[in-house]
Each structure stands twice: as C-alpha cells, then as structure tokens.
Design a protein around this ligand. Structure first.
Ligand code: ZN
Length: 236
C-alpha cells in the first residue's frame, strides 16, 4: 500500500510544511523487518559493512566537508569533530536505521483482564528530518486497547525512540510506530499522535519558530469517533 492510500484510509496525517510530493519509488526498499511500503528507503547492502567501517568513512567525508567550508582541522577544537560526528550518526542519532537495534518486546498476560484504553503520553520524540538532517523535536502520545496481553510501559517509549532515531519524515514516523504497535501488541486498536517542531522550519528557510506539525494515525477501534474523542481528551 502506498503512503497516500494509508493516509486516506487509516488516518488523517497532516503536515503544515513538508511536501508530500514523493514518488512511489521512494518506498521501494524497507529496513528488512517490516515488509511494507512505509519502510524507510534503504539500499539492499545497507549493512554490508560494519559500524566501525561506517564511522571511518563518515569521519573522512565529514572532515572533507569541513575542509571545503574552509575550517582548520589542525585546530584543537575542530580536530576531533569528524570522528565525533561519525560516532554520533552511527551509534546515537541514527541507531534506529539498523534492524539489529529494534527493541525486543515481550508481552505478558493481562491477568487483571484490563480491556480498556491505555494511553502513554508525552513520550519524547527526537528525530531528524531526512530532507535537511536537522532535528525534529516533539512529543508522541500513543494508545492501545489491550487484547488480553499487555506490554511493559517503557517498551512503548523504546518503540518511539527506535523509529525516531533515523532520518525521517514525521508522517512516516507516525505510521511506522503505529504499525509496530499493531504487530507487537497483536491488535489493530492503536492510535499514535505526534506533535513536533522541525528545526528546518525554525532555523532556516521560512524561520517560523512557533509552529509545530501534528500527525496522527488511528487504527481499528480508534476509527470510531467516540473512542478517538476519549483518546484526544486524555492527551489534552
Ligand atoms: Zn526538513
């Protein structure tokens, strides 16, 4: 299913600024663990080289970028920057590109038979816009209706973090989190709401620092107006 179909069918993702004028080919290749068209576009050989090799290559290329900008890499303050940036890319801010870092989630039996809505709100989102490689900062609110089994609450935060820590577009991030929740929780009844600020809108381009972007994905019972209203009430 292509992005546009999902937006029309399952949710009402809104974006105030980012162009969604992307061709279907952008979604041809996935990140090897969820075989759907909403996957982050990756090369087939994305993990053919080790993290160490990636950091060496990135470090060399980043040194070249700094050199082209005219910066003096002999300076004490700058000499460690290429390596620092390379390590940050591979091990920290983009660790979520690598499926080996996908959080392992175990469900446990819902002995108290809780079958109502569970909302985890104000989950920190720290991501990066894939068009400018600038930060996207915001909050995610997620909800599900337990299907006889429950998950440790912090695991919900880990899922948000894993999909955030890669170059992203907010619409895809929202859908990837919803899809993962459906798989992990074994239910269709999930909702994801993300409200985030994009540094590429605040610090460059139009430079509007007060606007934020809201994207939502409602599935299963959350397509029902009353259920959705209850969710929205609880995150207000
Ligand atoms: Zn951007």
């Amino acid at each position: 299913m292509i992005l546009e179909d999902r937006l029309n069918g399952n949710g009402n993702a809104q974006s105030a600024f980012h162009s969604t004028d992307r061709s279907d080919t952008d979604f041809d290749l996935g990140d090897q663990h969820v075989g759907t068209a909403m996957d982050t576009p990756m090369k087939p050989d994305a993990f053919a080289i080790s993290d160490e090799e990636k950091m060496n290559k990135i470090s060399n290329h980043f040194a070249e970028i700094m050199d082209i900008l005219g910066m003096d890499l002999e300076d004490d303050s700058l000499s460690g920057t290429p390596r620092r940036v390379a390590k940050m890319f591979v091990k920290e801010i983009f660790y979520g590109l690598d499926p080996k870092n996908r959080p392992s989630i175990s469900l446990f039996e819902n002995k108290f038979r809780y079958r109502q809505m569970l909302v985890e709100k104000d989950i920190t989102v720290k991501s990066f816009c894939e068009h400018h490689f600038l930060p996207i900062y915001g909050r995610a609110h997620i909800a599900y209706i337990a299907n006889g089994q429950v998950v440790g609450l912090s695991k919900l935060n880990r899922i948000v973090d894993y999909y955030s820590r890669r170059p992203q577009v907010q619409e895809r991030l929202t859908m990837q989190i919803a899809e993962e929740l459906k798989q992990v929780l074994n239910t269709e009844d999930v909702a994801v709401y993300i409200d985030a600020k994009h540094m590429c809108v605040q610090a460059r381009g139009i430079e509007h620092e007060h606007c934020s972007t809201v994207t939502t994905e409602y599935c299963g019972k959350f397509l029902n107006e009353n259920i959705r209203a209850e969710f929205l009430q609880s995150i207000r």
